[in-house]
Design a binder for this molecule. Structure first.
Ligand code: SF4
Ligand code: SF4
Length: 111
């Protein structure tokens, strides 16, 4: 049986994070959380809601389909959370966006 190995965190510079910025649920797209060993496209999946509000939901669902489908690959290893300088609850945020995406896909099916 194949076991995924634990990969040490990438060494990285610590970006300047103001204490006031910590804890806010806003992805800065810095990509320190990546790569995900399971192939979750974290950064674009984090931004789905914003893209959908700027474009139409239908366009967003098509444009980010690959990223949103990758959300299902998450196995809650929490590596990304440890890497994120903003301590975002990463698995939950893309999953919440996935629910929105699913509704948009359903709307696509109706049109
Ligand atoms: S918690 Fe999920 S998204 Fe984050 S690194 Fe692990 S598998 Fe990937
Ligand atoms: S989830 Fe965190 S580490 Fe990943 S891109 Fe967003 S702010 Fe950066």
């Amino acid at each position: 049986m194949h076991h995924r190995q634990c990969v040490p965190l990438l060494s990285r510079p610590t970006p300047g994070v103001l204490p006031s910025e910590r804890g806010k649920q806003f992805c800065r797209r810095c990509e320190y959380c990546q790569p995900c060993l399971n192939g979750v496209m974290i950064t674009p999946a984090m931004g789905y809601k914003i893209v959908a509000s700027r474009m139409s939901p239908v366009v967003a669902a098509e444009f980010l389909r690959e990223a949103m489908e990758s959300v299902k690959l998450c196995e809650d290893c929490n590596t990304c959370i440890e890497r994120c300088p903003y301590e975002l609850p990463i698995p939950e945020m893309p999953r919440a966006n996935y629910d929105i995406y699913e509704r948009h896909v359903a709307e696509l099916g109706k049109s």
